[in-house]
Design a protein. Sequence first.
Lengths: 354, 179
Amino acid sequence: MAKVLMKGNEAIALAAIKAGCRYYFGYPITPQTELLEYMASELPKVGGVFVQAESEVAAINMVYGAAAAGGRVMTTTSSPGYALMQEGISYIAAAETPCVIVNISRGGPGLGNIQPAQSDYFQNTRGGGSGDYRLLIFAPASLQETVDLVQESFTLAQKYRMVVLISADGMLGQMMEPVDIKEVDSPEDEEKQWALTATEGKRPPRAIYSLYLDPVELEKANERLQANYEKVSKLEERYELLQMDDAQLVIVTYGSVSRIVKSAISLLAGEGIKVGLIRPISLWPFPKKAFEQIPDSAKGLLTVELSRGQMVDDVRIAAKGALPVHFYGRCGGMIPSPREIADEVKRILRGDKS
Amino acid sequence: MKTEKIICAGFGGQGILSMGQLLAYAGMDEGKHVTWLPSYGPEMRGGTANCHVILSQEPIDSPIISQATTVVVMNLPSLRKFEPYLESGGLLLINSTLVKEESGRVDVRTLRVPATQCAIDLGRDEVANMVMLGALLALTDVVEPDSVIRSFDKAFEHTTPELSELDVQAMKLGESLIK
């Protein structure tokens, strides 16, 4: 497919369909409603199933059902809707059923507003459902990266039998950029030995559940989950590094705001100030390996987020106390300009701010 | 070509977002890197709309414009809101049919284009955006007018040959006001 100019929300929907997604359940919420609209219009044309559920709680449980039956299934929502899905996500994680979720987050807490924000980092990476579970989470920064990750997410969800979450915000959902969306050849998966398909009288029925009344059995189930998470955390750390050589300071930032940080880094380079960049692409597993690349020249780290400081906790863990970790963030839908970020870097380098 | 950072702003219904989309489609058609970012929010009919369009030979970092090379305003609230975004020496296009007031900026190049009146003269006030676009393309080398015309089908979902012809006429009228 040649490059086309598409709105982020619609590009995600098309990428999912081209990756073989045939089941979609969701509930409208700004700023991701175009995604749902696109699915409603296009999914039936390829023989897929679109259901506008009565609520996000219903939508995520429909996802659970379709995933248990072995379908390539997706739901999408925005922050308060994602909060409503937490219980279902915990059940899906416990049942090791694969699905893809997209959270086009907005300003919070509460109903907040519909402007771009990254204050769902905790909700995304720590989760709100019960138990020891993890999601594989990607946070793209451009629409091309978004569609590529959405398509790969379907493969990874099946491979690891995990929920894969795409974390983005209204800026990526609403903007248009040229994208090249690949046709994924024969997205049919291997026969799933666990899926609740018809027995046709040839095999015993299967069961998918998250209830283990026997503590011995539940601990075993947890150990199986954790072994899988350990494998994922070894294999799926992803990040981008930029201009790390001789950097005086390294900024750690992700998603939409990382693009503004890159503009700030260019501004600073023009003034002779060398600033490097670590951009986590996977939020879980958090890319700890990237922090081994920090040059000796760096006097500190600066985390920039569209929140009042959430990913900065993971940055502190990854930095292991080796360097001071500063924070700069805006929230509520406010977005810093490249100049504001550049000024913050200069304040830190002057020692005005600890 | 230098990187063009264009803010288009006006009333909802004036074709502000379409004007920006045409620039973005045309830029992509010419092999440039482009981004288009609309204002979105709890808007109402008759409220304000704006979009940020960037065209560049290089990959684009921030899609949000903090210093514009060009600002196109179709109504007064947009002039007041967006004239401060213009870089010194930048281009300010004002729809003079609806905006009688002057810009407060003396360090920029200001052009007053009677876009809405021209569109009314053509028989449809909806094509004021195309008059403005024609003027913009005559003043700058952002994209070629032909690339814009080739993008009509993509930017306008329900266009007809008659409407496309009117759009071309409106663009040419805008261009003729400059030359």
